[in-house]
Design a protein around this ligand. Structure first.
Ligand code: SF4
Length: 324
C-alpha cells in the first residue's frame, strides 16, 4: 500500500562524492591540496562527503609527474607532461568504472575543475600541434557522469556563483527525495504526490518543463509507470540545472501571494506585494519575501502550499537565498 512521503521534510544523511584535494587532502601532483572552504566548512555540516582521488588510487603516488589530456584518433589519452610514454588512460578509466559501479548511495558529486582526471567539462586537451583546446572531460569524472546521468554534478569554482550553487544543492536534495521515493516503492500515487510537491520549484526554473511534466503525469494511465518515472526525473533534474532568474522567482512569489489573497488584511497584503516588488527590482534578496510568505503560510494553512519544496528546498541555514 502507498505510504505518503512528506517531501518537505529534508532527507538526512545525504552522501556527496568530492575530489579529495578539495577536502584538503594533500594528494595533488605537487603534494599540495586545493581545500575549498565552502565545501569543508559549510557543506560538511549537512552532507556526508565521500573523498576520491583517482590518481592516487591508481598508484601514481604523491608527489608525482603531472598528467594532461591529449587528442588521439583512438580517444582522448591521459599522459605524463614530462614523459608522454607514461599513459594512465586505461587505469583511470578502470578505476572510474569501479567507483561508478558503487555510487548508488551518492546524491551528488563535486569535481575539481580543470583536472585531466576530475574536471567535469572544459578541460584542456592538447592537439597534435601541442596546442590546448578546452574541450575535454576528466577521465574519472567522465565515467562517473556516464554511469549515472541523473547524478547532480558541479565543479568547485562554479559553486562561487550563488545561482549555480543554489541549483546544485537543490538538485542534490531533489535526487535524495527521489531515491527515497524509489526505495519506498514507486507507485502512481507516489509519483503524483512527488510532482505536486515540486511544482513551484520547477515553475521557477522553466515554464515549459513545468507544462511538460504535467502532461507526462496526465498520460500516466496509458504508459508504463517505470518508463514515465524515468522520463519524469530526467526532465525535472535537467530543468533545475538552469538557475531561476529574478523574473522567474518573482512570478512564483506572486503565484504564492495569490493563495493568501483572501486571508491577509489589505495592509499586510500590500506590504508583502511590496517586498516581492523590491525583490524584483533587486533591492531585497530572495530570502526576504520568502520569509514573509513562510510566516503567513504558517498562520494561514494551505495544504497544497505547505507541501511545496520551493519554500524549503534545502536547510535555510546554508543561507544561499540570502544572496540570490
Ligand atoms: S583533481 Fe582529482 S586526481 Fe587531482 S589531486 Fe584532486 S582528487 Fe586527485
Amino acid at each position: 500500500m502507498h505510504k505518503p512521503i512528506n517531501h518537505t521534510k529534508l532527507p538526512a544523511g545525504i552522501r556527496i562524492g568530492v575530489s579529495a584535494c578539495l577536502l584538503g587532502r594533500e594528494v595533488r601532483f605537487d603534494g599540495g591540496h586545493k581545500r575549498n572552504r565552502f565545501v569543508t566548512d559549510a557543506l560538511a555540516e549537512y552532507f556526508e562527503l565521500v573523498s576520491y582521488c583517482p590518481e592516487v588510487a591508481i598508484g601514481m603516488g604523491t608527489p608525482r609527474q603531472p598528467i594532461r589530456l591529449v587528442a588521439d584518433p583512438g580517444g582522448t589519452q591521459a599522459v605524463g607532461v614530462r614523459t608522454p610514454e607514461l599513459n594512465v588512460t586505461q587505469p583511470l578509466g578502470e578505476y572510474g568504472r569501479k567507483v561508478a559501479a558503487g555510487i548508488d548511495g551518492l546524491c551528488g558529486f563535486i569535481f575539481k575543475k580543470d583536472s585531466p582526471s576530475c574536471g567535469m567539462a572544459r578541460v584542456k586537451v592538447y592537439n597534435d600541434k601541442g596546442m590546448p583546446e578546452r574541450t575535454g572531460t576528466g577521465l574519472f569524472a567522465r565515467e562517473i557522469m556516464q554511469a549515472d546521468p541523473l547524478l547532480p554534478v558541479e565543479e568547485e569554482g562554479r559553486l562561487n556563483d550563488a545561482g549555480l550553487c543554489d541549483s546544485f544543492i537543490t538538485r542534490v536534495y531533489v535526487y535524495a527525495r527521489w531515491k527515497a521515493l524509489l526505495q519506498a516503492g514507486l507507485s502512481t500515487a507516489g509519483l503524483v504526490e512527488f510532482h505536486a510537491s515540486h511544482k513551484f520549484l520547477v515553475m521557477a526554473c522553466s515554464n515549459s518543463a513545468y507544462r511538460q511534466l504535467g502532461r507526462m503525469l496526465s498520460d500516466l494511465g496509458g504508459n508504463e509507470l517505470q518508463d514515465t518515472a524515468e522520463r519524469y526525473i530526467g526532465t525535472l533534474l535537467e530543468a533545475l540545472k538552469r538557475p531561476a532568474t529574478r523574473k522567474q522567482h518573482t512570478n512564483v512569489l506572486q503565484h504564492l501571494l495569490g493563495y493568501l489573497k483572501r486571508d491577509l488584511d489589505p495592509a499586510y497584503r500590500v506590504d508583502l506585494a511590496g517586498s516581492i516588488d523590491a525583490y524584483r527590482r533587486g533591492d531585497y534578496p530572495l530570502v526576504v519575501p520568502l520569509r514573509l510568505l513562510q510566516h503567513y503560510f504558517g498562520i494561514h494553512l494551505h495544504p497544497y502550499i505547505s507541501r511545496q519544496v520551493y519554500l524549503n528546498p534545502y536547510p535555510q541555514s546554508l543561507q544561499l537565498r540570502n544572496v540570490l
